[in-house]
Design a protein around this ligand. Structure first.
Ligand code: T1G
Length: 712
């Protein structure tokens, strides 16, 4: 289908435009629209024009896939498109339904009138991509709805219900029902008479009236500097709006163009656009086409009512899926049920749920001590102790009890899923669903694909993740899958640096200055030092040659499990989550260094950050070449959504691309000169060394994925 078709309703030409999935304004659509408008202007029988998006929406804006390519600016670009429609001597009415976002709304604002469905959503989400509306939005929107409203739209970046703008020049008419029919009637009854009377409303002709401009902008600037310190776009939006309010339209447009060009080239925008596509790419599994049949999930069972189990139960309940929650002891079951109940009561207290809704959700929970009660559930998620013997018992029982076709999922965070699957006679139905704590909050779900996992079960689990409002990232089977395997190397470097002379707070501060939500030691105190110690013990047995610092052993001996124990790497005070540097820990580290004959040295922030981040990059490259992760961008999503990596840096692999694999490898050579710890670890992964040598990138590696999948 061509990007634009033109039909006639009496003297009104109706231009229907757009290509699936979101009618983005790529070159073909822009050229088609300008051509169709010109044809309408050349046709004496046409007196007015209506322009409408296909597929039930107007447009999601510029085609982000064109960014960084010549197509993005190829004439007619978005400015040409908007200028053509705004200059039309025949009135143009935009008929808006569904999403009308970004460049789509900028296009609509260049039309003379907008007839908008009451179900439509209008927005300028560019700020979420590290950009500003770059096709006149910063100049037209303040003219149509005022400075304050325009700032809320542009700084918030959210699609907003069109009814919020009813009564402003942005919405000429808010309608129910068929928006095209309403727009044609509006064109005939209102737009034409206005045009004939010489009143052709153009946003550009409206003067911005904001008596308290400086105050408003000053307040917004301070807020932006505090809340978005690492993001340049909000401040540039304020600069562009200031130009809209104080300068002529064309001058303001020139300011906007300049600021947009700057932001487009910024590393932050590159990172945010990468993250946008990376999240969507995770849903594509080369050998599991979208047409793969999936099993319907109408009910679920959760084994284990501990912190994870109750969090997983809440996750399913929030998605409206009934849950059977099983424990082996009444007391543990009661504690789990109480955790679930407290959560929903908390949601009511926070005003996120009405009491009736909370009751309805709570009604989805059926606690039980009997496996037989689970038999008819469509999926069961095991969340018991991280020990293979315990998993064996559970899966042996599930294999006996669950109906044929039930999906048997393990929430294991590190154990070998293939061995777990082998505890059953139906390994094709076994898969890993690794939730991140708190399970009902963290959006990341590692979907662990075992050797025997069927494509149908994999596709069903990825679809289930979406239903649970999670981003499912497929991982192969290895110790720690993607996230925990990489965090292991990150943590090893953190501990080595304590041995060598750093303090926990110094390492954490350096990491948090880089942008991590939490440094390694604060994160360990939150997750529980007992858990990391247990994994270290197991690993030390399974991989005796893996060098570890033992500096943390006294911490474990002293049961300083972290926040939950009121003491960990830091000291904590009752009711206060502040992490206070701990004299106990300082002495513990000092004693450990002495016992190893280590003379502490100064480590600067750069060394701390490079060792932490490049440990992730090097391990991530190994995970990629082993086929554990499908893409480098999948690894990035794991780190952005599961481990607090700064989104404005795009994830560890994107960050390595920004620095350049060549520079990363060069730096790793420096780090390998340090004799302490595990210099051999800094041997670049073969894939990383190859990219460095060939001037390649992880992004290019990902682009080659489709070809590799075909060749495989
Ligand atoms: N350009 C190109 N592709 C896009 C796109 C866009 N603007 N928006 C979505 N897609 C793709 C997406 O990658 C996915 O592809 C598919 O559409 C479905 O998306 C000059 C510079 C509209 C709310 O930021 O917020 O205009 O995975 O899974 O959940 O001022 O898409 O199928 O291959 O998200 O129904 C500003 C971004 C652009 C809007 C729909 N606009 N999009 O959500 O589907 S910059 C945006 C969204 C701009 C001008 C500036 C959402 C959505 P694939 P999806 P969804």
């Amino acid at each position: 289908m061509t990007p634009v078709t033109s039909t006639r309703e009496g003297a009104v030409a109706v231009l229907a435009f757009g290509e699936p999935p979101v009618n983005s304004l790529g070159f073909a659509t822009r050229a088609g629209l300008v051509q169709a408008l010109q044809a309408a202007l050349d046709d004496p029988a046409v007196e007015a024009v209506v322009v409408v998006g296909r597929h039930g929406l107007f447009s999601a804006g510029a085609d982000i896939k064109e960014f960084g390519t010549p197509l993005m600016v190829k004439a007619p670009n978005l400015h040409d498109l908007n200028a053509a429609f705004e200059a039309s001597p025949k009135p143009v009415v935009a008929a808006i339904d569904g999403n009308c976002l970004g460049g789509g709304l900028e296009f609509a604002m260049s039309c003379h009138f907008r007839v908008v469905s009451e179900n439509a959503k209008l927005g300028l989400p560019e700020v979420k991509l590290g950009l500003l509306p770059g096709a006149g939005g910063t100049q037209r929107l303040p003219r149509l709805i005022g400075v304050e409203g325009a700032l809320n739209v542009m700084l918030g970046g959210e699609p907003l219900p069109a009814r919020l703008f009813a009564g402003s020049p942005l919405v000429s008419a808010l309608v129910a029902g068929d928006v095209v029919k309403a727009a044609v009637e509006f064109a005939t009854a209102q737009a034409l008479p206005a045009a004939q009377a010489g009143r052709m409303p153009k946003a550009r002709d409206i003067r911005v009236r904001e008596p308290n401009l400086e105050g408003l902008l000053g307040f917004a600037r301070n807020a932006a500097k505090t809340a978005f310190a690492a993001y340049p776009a909000p401040l540039r939006i304020l600069d562009a709006v200031q130009a809209a309010a104080t300068r002529r339209f064309e001058e303001g447009l020139a300011v906007e163009k300049q600021l947009f060009a700057e932001l487009l080239l910024s590393p932050v925008s590159s990172a945010l656009r990468h993250a946008f596509f990376a999240e969507r790419a995770t849903q594509k599994i080369p050998d599991v086409p979208e047409s793969t049949p999936t099993r319907e999930i109408r009910s679920c069972a959760v084994i284990g009512a501990g912190t994870m189990g109750s969090g997983i139960a809440i996750t399913f309940m929030n998605a409206g899926i009934p849950v059977h929650l099983l424990e082996v002891k009444q007391e543990a079951l009661d504690a789990g049920v109480a955790r679930v109940r407290d959560y929903f009561e908390g949601q009511v207290k926070k005003g996120r749920l009405k009491p009736g809704q909370a009751l309805e959700k709570a009604g989805l929970l059926t606690p039980t001590l009997k496996y037989e009660d689970l038999a008819q559930c469509d999926v069961v998620v095991e969340a018991v102790f991280e020990e293979l013997g315990v998993k064996e018992k559970v899966f042996g029982t599930l294999d006996r009890v669950m109906k044929p076709g039930a999906i048997l999922a393990s929430n294991t965070s590190t154990l070998d899923l293939d061995r777990i699957a082998a505890f059953t006679k139906r390994p094709a139905d076994v898969i890993g669903m690794h939730f991140f704590s708190p399970a009902n909050v963290m959006r990341l779900l590692e979907v662990v694909r075992g050797k025997a996992t069927s494509k149908e079960v994999l596709a069903s689990t990825i679809a289930l993740a979406r239903k649970l409002r999670k981003t499912g990232v497929v991982s192969g089977v290895c110790d720690g899958f993607i996230g925990n395997r990489m965090i292991e190397q990150y943590s090893r470097q953190a501990l080595f640096m304590l041995d060598e002379g750093a303090s926990p707070e110094q390492v954490d501060q350096a990491a948090e200055k880089f942008g991590f939500m939490m440094g390694p030691f604060r994160m360990s105190d939150l997750a529980g030092n007992d858990i990391s110690a247990h994994i270290r013990e197991r690993r030390a047995k399974e991989q005796p040659d893996l060098v570890y610092s033992k500096v943390a052993d006294p911490l474990v001996a002293a049961k300083r499990w972290g926040q939950k124990a009121g003491a960990g790497w830091y000291d904590y005070r009752p009711g206060d989550r502040t992490a206070y540097p701990s004299p106990f820990v300082a002495k513990m580290i000092e004693d450990y260094r002495a016992s190893k004959g280590l003379k502490p040295r100064r480590l600067d922030d750069r060394e701390i950050v490079d060792r932490l981040v490049y440990a992730l990059v090097n391990e991530g490259a190994k995970i990629l070449e082993e086929g554990i992760a499908l893409r480098a961008s999948d690894v990035d999503i794991v780190y952005l959504m599961g481990y607090g990596f700064p989104v404005y840096r795009g994830g560890p692999m994107h960050y390595a691309d920004e620095v350049g694999p060549y520079q990363v490898v060069l730096r790793m050579r420096d780090l390998a000169r340090n004799p302490y710890g595990d210099p051999g670890f800094w041997q670049p992964a073969p894939l990383l060394a190859k990219l460095a040598q060939e001037g390649g990138s992880f992004a290019a590696y990902d682009a080659g994925l489709a070809k590799r999948a075909q060749a495989a």
